[in-house]
Write a protein that binds this ligand. Structure first.
Ligand SMILES: [Zn+2]
Length: 108
């Protein structure tokens, strides 16, 4: 089971975006990278095309999942995540700070 999932609220713990928080928009599991809403913004320069003008757009660049930590929805702390078998026999994530099970993030 993955420790960070799409829809999780995370905080950046290192690099130039340190301290920023956002929701995981894309989880690139194979690359061990995540795209976090509003974090790690880069400016892309767009060439003029048939149906659009030249310009610059700001997009969120993927960043290593090792650079973010989960914010526990129960206690609000930036926390380490553990995995354990829940009451239903399935694996569930839990917060190593408050020891509560972390619910599946709601993804819209
Ligand atoms: Zn917690």
């Amino acid at each position: 089971m993955r420790k960070i999932r799409r829809g999780d609220e995370v905080e950046v713990i290192s690099g130039r975006n340190k301290g920023q928080r956002g929701k995981v928009r894309i989880n690139m599991v194979d690359d061990e990278k995540v795209v976090v809403e509003g974090v790690n913004i880069v400016v892309k320069h767009i060439k003029r095309g048939r149906a659009r003008q030249a310009g610059r757009i700001e997009v969120e660049a993927p960043m290593p999942v090792s650079k973010v930590m989960l914010i526990c929805p129960n206690c609000g702390a930036r926390t380490r995540v553990g995995i354990r078998t829940g009451e239903n026999g399935k694996n569930a994530r839990f917060c190593k700070s408050c020891d509560k099970t972390i619910a599946r993030p709601t993804v819209d």
